[in-house]
Design a protein around this ligand. Structure first.
Ligand code: APR
Ligand code: PHB
Length: 391
């Protein structure tokens, strides 16, 4: 087999790239380790930046998002019983779209089906050959048969646990990591959201987040211990704890019900540099992880896809090799800013086990500064709605 770009990983990064390339007449094959049903069963965040909305439209996967997504012009930040709003629309002229990542992925698969693009599922032992040559190839095992695809480029979109990052020789690679000493316990429940907008809550008992997927489906999170387990959390215990972390006014309005998804996610910041080696390019979680505070995971994956897509387009349509050579540098410049924002917002909103009385006063002073200072709010809002894709 031969194609122009082999895309390892059929998550949102891989599919978005595949569909954008298709729009420019560039062929790709997507290789996914799991089944499509498994990929579509993963529950992830649900706040999309404008840059990603534009890319979804370009990929011909934006129609349902425009119809069913919920534009949000601001968000609520609370601490104890105090609350204030950050008005994205007024501060930046932009808003965000609340629409689940699972739905984004579903729409991208539907777009891929429509174009007849090739995707292979349940592939094992994916290996990259000759990434440092002009003629790379990818081999894999499917139903016991080893297959090989020759290609021009390999896009490593296979998430944090994928093989792409590990295929880059260690000596050329440097990684930076911070593991946070807590997790997020999240639930989905078929109840109307407690508020029209998201609530990020800082409380003495730890962080909480009130989010949503649509007008009848809510997504809530509470900060929990890193080693905690969902068996320790009945629905009742979850709702009781959530109510103690949000202001009394919102707690009184909270409609509770049975949860139908409950999971604990660890919090981590991670970046690997560079994001390319020869003709292998890393995109999304394969290259970086952010803690979920601020919902930058998928959005940062999308900005990588933007840079790689425009570099490959310049290669194939304009015989221009410069953008491909500069992919890592361009992508990383924006990645680090998203890392900074996610780290800052996480530090601002959570209780850390090592927090001293001084640290707590500093956190409170920073929240009160944000409440009262328009410049600080503007900086927050610009990051939240998404920094521009430069270059
Ligand atoms: N071979 C083929 N596919 C693989 C391999 C492999 N060796 N390893 C992993 N995969 C697949 C996974 O099964 C998954 O479907 O790669 C895909 C990677 O998808 P994601 O983990 O979703 O990563 P990405 O597409 O970069 O999406 C960005 O945004 O909100 C964040 O973490 C969140 O998933 C999200 C991400
Ligand atoms: C979510 O809805 O899952 C979500 C929203 C905002 C975040 C993180 C997660 O910051």
């Amino acid at each position: 087999m031969r194609t122009q770009v082999v895309i390892i990983g059929g998550g949102p990064s891989g599919l978005l790239l595949a569909q954008l390339l298709h729009g420019r007449g560039i062929d790709s094959i997507v290789l996914e380790r799991r089944t499509r049903a498994h990929v579509l069963s993963r529950i992830r965040a649900g706040v999309l930046e404008t840059g990603l909305l534009d890319l979804l439209e370009q990929a011909d996967a934006g129609t349902r998002m425009r119809q069913e997504g919920m534009p949000h012009d601001g968000t609520l930040i609370t601490y104890g019983d105090e609350a204030f709003r950050i008005d994205f629309a007024e501060l930046t002229g932009k808003s965000v779209m609340v629409y689940g990542q699972t739905e984004v992925t579903r729409d991208l698969y539907a777009a891929r089906d429509k174009t007849g693009g090739q995707s292979e599922f349940e592939v094992d032992e994916v290996q990259i050959e000759g990434a440092d040559s002009d003629a790379p190839a990818v081999t894999y095992l499917q139903s016991g048969v080893r297959k090989r695809i020759a290609c021009d480029f390999v896009a490593g979109c296979d998430g944090f646990h994928g093989i792409s990052r590990k295929s880059i020789p260690g000596a050329t690679q440097r990684s930076y990591e911070k593991v946070y000493p807590f997790g997020w316990l999240g639930i989905l429940s078929e109840t109307p959201p407690v508020s029209d907008e998201l609530i990020y809550a800082n409380s003495d008992r730890g962080f909480a987040l009130c989010s949503m997927r649509n007008p009848t489906l809510s997504r809530y999170y509470i900060q929990c211990d890193a080693g905690d387990h969902i068996d320790n959390w009945s629905d009742d215990a979850f709702w009781t704890e959530l109510k103690r972390r949000i202001p009394a006014e919102q707690a009184a309005n909270l409609i509770t019900g049975p949860s139908f998804e409950k999971s604990i996610a660890p919090l981590r910041s991670f970046v690997t540099e560079p994001m390319q080696w020869g003709r292998l390019f890393l995109c999304g979680d394969a290259a970086h992880i952010v803690p979920p505070t601020g919902a930058k995971g998928l959005n940062t994956a999308a900005s990588d896809v933007h840079y790689l897509f425009s570099a490959l387009t310049r290669w194939y349509q304009h015989n221009d090799a410069d953008a491909v050579a500069q992919y890592s540098q361009r992508a990383l410049a924006r990645v680090w800013k998203a890392e900074r924002f996610s780290w800052w917002f996480s530090k601002l909103m959570h209780r850390f086990p090592h927090h001293s009385g001084f640290d707590l006063r500093m956190q409170r002073a920073e929240i009160e500064f944000l409440r009262s200072n328009e410049a600080a709010q503007k900086a927050m809002a610009e990051n939240y709605v998404g920094l521009p894709y430069e270059g």
